[in-house]
Design a protein around this ligand. Structure first.
Ligand SMILES: [Zn+2]
Ligand SMILES: [Zn+2]
Length: 422
């Protein structure tokens, strides 16, 4: 035991779990390729202004505690709480508006939020993030939704459902906001404290409060889609048409709203699971005013983010396959100086041929080495004894059947290859 432990709210992803992550990441990369999204790797920390814009704008990202620190040069930096803002920052900074539009990017990596740790919630967590920047076509929104559904399908998830909404734009939102406030005013005292504080600055978020009293009050509240301006209305119709064309089933959720002003038009979630145990596995939508909010020129964009921990957990709950767990194929047993040199050479031959192999590095006895091979789950054991080396042979033991045969040394690789494909 060491006295230094990992900081509160974070955890280690150990080999027992990491191979599952690798499967999800590999699948994401394949789906990205099929939808023509290119991978980018962006910095984990950014200038604080990228995430905290304008003092007094009590937005949700600002509310969500962020990891903000000052570096030695006195600059305020922030560990990224999400990826969209970094993606748009990178698009603007690298003049990606000069490339064919929309620019379609994806990335995976850790995000950071200083939240109260609770089950399944960590201060460092991974997200997969897909963004299409530079088009307002509702079919790009359709593509983003189709991409996320395809990803979860390939991961074997069950009961996939798409819920959509439109949160409007700076033209139609104020009209809805006024109607909503008017509707809520007589119930102000009954709302939960959080919602009461949201009434003036961000009443839209009252719609997605989980508090039963708040939910009952907002049951018949004015819907954002009833107040859409002609442009937003047309966009929302286009979205529904595109989803229908692809045969992607969806339902409209009037409570699906966003807290930040730069989110526009489409908001959506993909839900997976059997009834009663449903989980939102990704959330996304359009953010046509984000580029301007961070000081760039107006650039429409749409995308989604999915938490890796949540995906893996949902897959485990649903008994989904993560493919074949990587396992050790050959363990080479050798005693004595000369034999160990031969073992080192043999192991290298296997490895060059793509056969995973290992040996003992702790001076174990023959019996100890056999036990180690077993613990490591080796499919076969190659025994390099004094007699075998003299006869230029190798004993190969099948660890499942226990069967043992002698083969000429130069045939070892071919023999093992054949055996592993049986
Ligand atoms: Zn609008
Ligand atoms: Zn509430």
């Amino acid at each position: 035991m060491v006295s230094i432990k990992a900081p509160r709210g974070v955890r280690d992803i150990l080999p027992e779990e990491s191979w599952k992550w690798a499967f999800v990441l590999k699948t994401a990369s394949e789906v990205a390729q099929d939808f023509n999204y290119k991978e980018v790797h962006l910095p984990i920390f950014e200038q604080t202004e990228l995430f905290a814009r304008g003092v007094g704008s009590t937005t949700d990202v600002v509310e969500k505690e962020m990891y903000i620190f000052e570096d030695r040069g006195g600059r305020s930096l922030t560990l990224r709480p999400e990826l969209s803002a970094s993606m748009v920052r990178s698009y603007l900074e690298n003049r990606m508006d000069q490339r064919p539009q929309p620019v379609k990017l994806w990335s995976a990596g850790p995000m950071f939020r200083y939240e109260r740790p609770q089950k399944g919630r960590y201060r460092q967590f991974w997200q997969l993030d897909f963004e299409a920047i530079g088009s307002q076509d509702p079919y790009v929104d359709v593509e983003v939704i189709a991409l996320s559904v395809e990803l979860f399908k390939r991961l074997g998830m069950r009961g996939l459902d798409v819920v959509i909404n439109s949160v409007g734009c700076p033209v139609c939102r104020p009209v809805h906001k006024e109607a909503l406030q008017k509707f809520l005013e007589p119930h102000l005292e009954e709302l939960c404290p959080t919602c009461r504080s949201r009434y003036n600055r961000n009443p839209l978020r009252i719609l997605d409060c989980k508090n039963p009293t708040c939910r009952a009050i907002t049951e018949n509240a004015p819907k954002t889609i009833s107040y859409l301006c002609p442009e937003c209305k047309e966009h929302f119709e286009g979205l529904k048409v595109g989803l229908d064309v692809l045969g992607l089933h969806y339902s409209i959720d009037n409570r699906l709203v966003r807290g930040l002003d730069y989110y526009t038009k489409t908001a959506y979630e993909v839900i997976s699971g059997d009834l009663g145990a449903q989980n939102a596995v990704c959330g996304g939508g359009r953010y046509d005013n984000l580029a301007e909010a961070i000081g760039g020129k107006h650039t429409p964009g749409v995308g989604f983010a999915a938490g890796l921990e949540r995906i893996v957990l949902t897959m485990e709950q649903q008994g989904c396959s993560f493919g074949k767990e990587p396992s050790l194929e050959v363990f080479v047993v050798a005693l004595g100086d000369f034999e160990r040199k031969e073992a080192l050479k043999l192991m290298q031959e296997f490895r060059i041929e793509g056969i995973s192999s290992d040996m003992d590095f702790n001076g174990k006895s023959f019996k100890g080495q056999m036990k180690l091979a077993n613990q490591l789950g080796a499919a076969c054991v190659c025994i390099l004894g004094e007699e075998e080396i003299k006869a230029k042979k190798i004993s190969i033991k099948d660890m499942v059947t226990g069967e043992q045969v002698e083969v000429p040394k130069e045939e070892a690789v071919t023999f093992i290859k054949k055996k592993l494909t049986e």
